[in-house]
Design a protein around this ligand. Structure first.
Ligand code: C5P
Ligand code: C5P
Ligand code: C5P
Ligand code: ZN
Length: 492
């Protein structure tokens, strides 16, 4: 049973502790959820006039924690990380996290798992930071839009095609206090920024082009698809500019084609979900900012109107060493930092594409289900070595697992890459699906145990987890993981 009032009481106690501080350090993870969580914390502290700074880190391991504990300030506020190391912290630490905790202690430790709330789908790091911010001051409810961006950045809407649980409460706040709209619409990524034919040509989840044509003239077929429906398309028409009637004509036509091609209900259902649209002006933004941007940036800047696209912009910053740039955008900058963030996007897209192509190519970096000829029974893996940046390893693992072309979504996918921090550890990412979790998969537990037995550390969620293991230990680690996951899923 989820104990929401207990969770909120925990948040209120943490809020009291934070408010009594003269100085604070916020420590956050570098992804979209961590960046939005840090922004919520930073704005809430500013409103209390508490002097503070923000530090972003890739992972919280024992040396990183020691470094932070050496800082001199009254409160160390961890957001979107910390629960895996809670038992090693001191009384200045306050944790707002949603990862599997290493301790059930609730003092200065706000984590949904301690209250029967699912931290992989019902509230994210930014949502926990939001609960604390609201307890600090009611006026912080206007920060709810950022918590939605964080939750969507962590794929928390994916299981039910909408935000549920505590996240749903945050959506209600975001509608009331931040002007967000939450409406069922097509889920395709890029509705705000990709012109219509391009949106349909390149969409991958689901891959719409497969239902539109089997010719090799994808763009032409997309244009024909719209003109046959009497919908005028050109370079400047975006999905979000269509009216309800046009949208429903397109969706009906797509559903017809999907059914004609033998799609099941599950595929059709994937087409739609609750979409969170953010207004032009949110906390801290100047008026008429779009008009003040260089003209060539205005269309791209619309990423900020869609929670999913906003989250991807933040990942483009955080995963490429610029989390602070993302935070300034969250806090309202719509000029210098926004321009820097937008300039990061194409590089991020390219690095994902290059990494995915490398793995798809097979050979040394391809997906495997054997180690030295010995078959693995429950998992597959690949090793990106030096060629895949460790900060994007998790994203591409999830994209590969869910790619219809790769066809590997029947087993968890485990990935390795060399660490960029010069340590002797390999970065590990793992991704599963909701179906596997329903059958018993807990990737986080399996990663924690297997990495520990190999001299490493791990953590995360049942559906998505990561670890660090010493170089040379990858085979031993995989065999342990394979066995543990077999026990979880098949009771082997
Ligand atoms: O640190 P962290 O909480 O950010 O990682 C969350 C990760 O979990 C996201 O990167 C996302 O890819 C993954 N995830 C997923 N499917 C879900 C929930 C989360 O792949 N249903
Ligand atoms: O799959 P698709 O190309 O529609 O994804 C759009 C963007 O969403 C990607 O460029 C990537 O940045 C982000 N994404 C992600 N994690 C995933 C899938 C997509 O961050 N698992
Ligand atoms: O890095 P990646 O995106 O694969 O991480 C998946 C999940 O596992 C994230 O929630 C991340 O915070 C967590 N993780 C962890 N300890 C690690 C690596 C990842 O808790 N050593
Ligand atoms: Zn998170």
């Amino acid at each position: 049973m989820s104990d929401i009032s207990g969770f909120e009481r925990g948040a209120a106690e943490a809020a009291e502790k934070i408010k009594s501080a003269g100085s604070a350090l916020v420590i956050a993870h570098i992804d979209a959820d961590g960046i939005t969580a840090a922004s919520i914390a930073s704005i809430a502290l500013e409103r209390e006039e508490i002097e503070h700074s923000v530090k972003f880190i890739k992972k919280l391991d024992p040396p990183a924690l020691q470094f932070i504990l050496d800082e001199e300030c009254d409160v160390l506020w961890f957001v979107d990380l910390g629960s895996g190391m809670y038992s090693k912290m001191d009384e200045r630490c306050v944790v707002a996290d949603h990862h599997r905790p290493d301790s059930l202690e609730k003092e200065r430790h706000v984590n949904p798992h301690l209250y029967g709330i699912d931290g992989s789908s019902e509230v994210s790091g930014s949502g926990v930071a939001y609960a604390i911010a609201v307890a600090m001051d009611e006026r912080n409810r206007d920060l709810s839009a950022l918590a939605i961006v964080g939750a969507v950045g962590d794929f928390q809407e994916s299981a039910h095609s909408r935000l549920t649980g505590y996240n749903h409460k945050i959506v209600e706040d975001a509608v009331e206090y931040a002007g967000i709209t939450a409406e069922v619409d097509i889920r395709t990524f890029g509705k705000q920024t990709k012109p219509l034919p391009i949106l349909f040509q390149y969409s991958t989840d689901p891959k719409l082009i497969d239902y539109i044509t089997d010719q090799n003239d994808d763009r032409e077929s997309c244009i024909r698809f719209f003109t046959e429906l009497d919908i005028d398309v050109n370079e400047n028409i975006y999905w979000t500019q269509l009216d309800r009637n046009e949208k429903s004509k397109i969706v009906s036509a797509l559903v017809n084609r999907m059914i004609n091609r033998g799609c099941g209900v599950a595929d059709v259902r994937k087409l739609l979900g609750e979409i969170y649209t953010i207004p032009e002006n949110t906390v801290g933004t100047p008026d008429n900012w779009i008009e003040k941007l260089p003209e060539e940036m205005r269309a791209n800047a619309r990423v900020l109107f869609d929670a999913k696209e906003f989250a991807t912009l933040l990942n483009a910053c955080g995963r490429h060493e610029l989390p602070e740039v993302g935070m300034e955008v969250c806090k309202g900058d719509r000029s210098e930092y926004l321009i820097r963030a937008l300039n990061q996007q194409s590089g991020h897209r390219e690095s994902l594409k290059t990494a995915i192509e490398l793995v798809k190519l097979g050979e040394e970096n391809g997906i495997k289900d054997k180690i030295s000829g010995v078959p693995l029974n429950n998992i597959r893996f690949f090793n990106g070595g030096k060629k895949v940046k460790d900060t994007i390893l998790g994203i591409i693992t999830g994209m590969l697992l869910n790619s219809p072309e790769v066809q590997c979504s029947d087993r968890p996918l485990i990935a390795f890459a060399d660490s960029s921090d010069g340590s002797n550890m390999l970065k590990v990412s793992g991704r599963g699906t909701k179906e596997m979790v329903d059958r018993g998969l807990d990737l986080s537990l399996a990663m924690i145990k297997s990495s520990k037995e190999c001299g490493g550390t791990g953590g995360g969620h049942n559906i998505a987890a990561g670890a660090s293991v010493p170089y040379g230990k990858e085979n031993e680690f995989l065999l342990k993981l394979d066995k543990m996951i077999g026990q979880q899923i098949n009771g082997e």
